[in-house]
Design a protein around this ligand. Sequence first.
Ligand SMILES: [Zn+2]
Ligand SMILES: [Zn+2]
Length: 252
Amino acid sequence: MILKFLGTGTSTGVPILTCTCTVCKSPDPHDQRTRPSILLEYDGRVVVIDTTPDLRAQALREGLTRLDAVVFTHAHADHILGLDDTRVFYFRQQVPISIYADERCLATIRRTFAYIFDGNYPYGGVGKLDPHLINGPFDLWGLRVTPVPVLHGNLPILGYRFRDVAYITDVSEIPETSFSLLEGLDILILDALRHKPHPTHLSLEQALAIVERLKPRRALFTHVAHELGHEATNARLPAHVRLAYDGLKLEL
Ligand SMILES: [Zn+2]
Ligand SMILES: [Zn+2]
């Protein structure tokens, strides 16, 4: 299986429009972060977690020619607004794109993209989605996916575990009952926004404390804001912990 980071930035992306800070103006391509998403490629299937407003640019960058399913963490704008662009994969493959989300997230997607679900949309050019409600572990073409409930401020959202990899973005607290789903990880991908605490995201220090507790073989941080420069931050992290970056590819 191949896992690619499509995007690793916070909700605004980095650089932030109008910002002139050293990270936003950095010449290091690792400091350019599109909105957070990962892609899994296995057995001829392509699955993405979340469809960010940058999905089209991410797909072009990675030369994506196929998409089979989208698994959503939650319905905030930075995680869903690229959903319309999945229509091109539907036109090409002639099979509705499967989407997986919990009840709250699916309801917001149906509202936000009402025209996609409107069977009588009169203007054409619209995609087709095959929605699936997540209410426990599910199978994606032979890949077992286990939802990991976490808190994003006071909003309950989902992280995911597949094999020995976990993807947990937009999290401020992992409930005790979810820690048991995260034992024995090879790779933990975790939200780490910045140094300063934030009401709905883990700070770098809080993310490191979770890594310390779960002891994955490797940890990669995502949803990174412009307070954290790639090279300077990595220089201060333990050897098995790194900031992820757009385009980072792992073979699992
Ligand atoms: Zn987000
Ligand atoms: Zn969010």
